[in-house]
Ligand binder design. Sequence first.
Ligand code: PLP
Length: 264
Amino acid sequence: MPANTPTTPPRVLTIAGSDSGGGAGIQADLKTMLALGAHGMSVLTAVTAQNSLGVQGAWELPAEAVRAQYRSVVDDIGVQAVKTGMLASPLLVETVAELLSDVGAPVVVDPVSVSKHGDRLLADDALDAVRTALLPLATVATPNLDETAELTGIKATGERDMCRAAEQLLSYGPRWVLVKGGHLPGEAVDLLTDGTEQHWFRAPRHDNRHTHGTGCTLASAIAVGLAQGRAVPEAVRLAKEYVTGAIAAGFALGAGLGPVDHGW
Ligand code: PLP
């Protein structure tokens, strides 16, 4: 008898780092997946000692541990979508790219490089591996403007630059790219494109500084939509709705920046 019954939820895997404060990383991913009705699974790449004030320490896991977690999950349970987040080093970027090369499921790549507090979550010398090994495997890549600038050299300050940067990102090989303009003043504007279609997503800016975990949450919500069989533009639209609600409900925690809320 097959292991999956009609009530088995979509299975979604996050390959990412742990945020001990529970706001971003694996913790945000699993909360998002639960809130949206998916079964979330995790391959841990790194452990961070982290709270509302920033990242106090980070330790990368051995590549062998990443491989073993991945094989355990994929060989038995199977995945209908994958999301990648903090990958820390060139070795882990290459290891994850090798694992995903035959995954046969949509892959959302959130090319996490620096936290909102300015802590580095990806080594500088890993950018090349992200461009050449990981991005070609992405169904959707979801860089914010800082990550876009690191990957393309284009520091976008408006919608025209976002188009130019998106084109360059597409040249690295992802099927779709979502350039997140949330750090620009005014409305939060994101551009989704596959080189043919262009979708602009606009959301009112919430006057709320408790937005820790926004990027992880958005990428995970997109992965859930793809696992449910939605087309990329629809998965992104629904994920934006989800993250906009989560930002509006973000709450204070500790002495610094609180997290988005998954229980809204
Ligand atoms: N910590 C981990 C493990 C993350 O994966 C991320 C973002 O992806 C962050 C921290 C940073 O989150 P934020 O920039 O929303 O504060």
